[in-house]
Design a protein around this ligand. Sequence first.
Ligand SMILES: [Fe+2]
Length: 164
Amino acid sequence: MKVDDFLKMYVSELQELRSVEAQLIGALPGMVQMAVHPELKHLLETHLEETRSQQDRLDEILRRHGAEPREHVDQSMQAILREAEKWAGMIQDQDLRDAGLIASAQRVEHYEIAVYGSLARWAKQLGLDEDLRTLHAILEEEKHSDENLTGLAKRIVNPDAATS
Ligand SMILES: [Fe+2]
């Protein structure tokens, strides 16, 4: 597809972002299974539900633009998740692995925060107020999820990893 205007570029990036959420929906159940700290399991499970809802909301935006949700596969996300899986597979100690899982989950969150941030600003520039509200709401959810992971790492998971 040739991208030659801002709206097309915006929609195409939305499709990439939709692929990010879809890939995360595929990866999170495995991370939940691997996690040992119950608080981490719970956070990841909650985020899986949230991610499903985010994907639905992106689908809704894409439908409004008459765009096919599954047109793009985000390769950066593929690489981040492949790396996370490989890394988790190399760590035997459960406490260390949980600390690694949090680091991988936060890598994903930061990537999402970057993309949602850009797309929200693009939506604002393009005067797409309804899109902007949704993207901004999801951006806040991603930030919140990132903060929860930081809190859990500091309070419980990293201290456990340090003594294992
Ligand atoms: Fe998300």
